[in-house]
Write a protein that binds this ligand. Structure first.
Ligand SMILES: [Zn+2]
Ligand SMILES: [Zn+2]
Length: 246
């Protein structure tokens, strides 16, 4: 299994090509796109042909995690002629985002509503979902294939933990929007600091932890120091186009 970061900027785009949330997960039998935040469709095309992507998973309908579905629909409809592309998303996402396409997706996507505790299989990859602590319905997702487990925590506050998927994940990809005790928006309850991300991954006995979704303008080195102290080992830091073997 291989993870490619398509974008990792927290909540809004950062300077110098800082796309928002998006990740490509490749297994022997599937190419999965987790979150299509703004900027990720362009970046994806450096790593894969769009027609080779097996399915899209949307964690929640905040635009920094799904805005590029509009461009994807245009590409499929007017260029590739593809219909029925599988999309897994929380209940209500299809309707919520339909305003982007004047209420008519035109059959481009095959939407499957997923919720807390659901499990689906795509190719050779098993996906499980867990509702996080974030205001719109938000799902963390675990990808399991080839004897490896990747947990992507989506957006969450500290009232949810990656431990929901059980201990010992090979890689936890955790948001670390803030540092220390809280953030500049005062929304500390719906996002994690690097310290909280490290503490949760340590409690869940994750083998490795990668921090992502850092608030633009924060010193990422400080987030790595803080997260590593809490995790007990050096954490990884997501960066656009970075590939990690799991
Ligand atoms: Zn976000
Ligand atoms: Zn969000």
């Amino acid at each position: 299994m291989e993870l490619t970061v398509l974008g990792c900027s927290g909540s809004y785009g950062a300077p110098a090509g800082g796309a928002c949330s998006g990740y490509l997960v490749r297994t022997a039998g599937a190419v999965l796109w987790f979150d299509c935040g703004n900027g990720t469709l362009a970046n994806l095309q450096r790593h894969a042909a769009v027609q080779d992507v097996t399915a899209l998973v949307i964690s929640h309908w905040h635009p920094d995690h799904c805005a590029d579905i509009y461009g994807l629909q245009v590409l499929f409809k007017h260029s590739l002629g593809r219909t029925g592309f599988p999309v897994f998303a929380p209940e209500g996402t299809e309707t919520r985002l339909a305003t982007l396409v004047d209420g008519d997706w035109g059959g481009t996507f095959a939407w499957t509503a997923v919720g807390d505790g659901d499990a689906v299989t795509v190719g050779d990859c098993g996906l499980r979902f867990s509702r996080t602590a974030h205001p719109p319905p938000t799902l963390a997702v675990e990808a399991a294939a080839e004897g490896k487990r990747l947990v992507y925590g989506a957006d969450t506050g500290p009232d949810w933990s990656v431990e929901a998927f059980g201990p010992g994940a090979d890689l936890v990809l955790s948001e670390a929007t803030f540092q220390g005790a809280g953030g500049p928006t005062g929304a500390g309850g719906i996002h994690l600091s690097a310290r909280q991300a490290g503490e949760a991954a340590r409690a869940a006995r994750a083998r490795r932890l990668m921090l992502t979704h850092l608030w633009p303008g924060l010193d990422p080195t400080a987030s790595v120091v803080e997260g590593s102290e809490a995790f007990g080992r050096e954490v990884l830091l997501a960066a656009p186009h970075q590939r990690t073997r799991i």
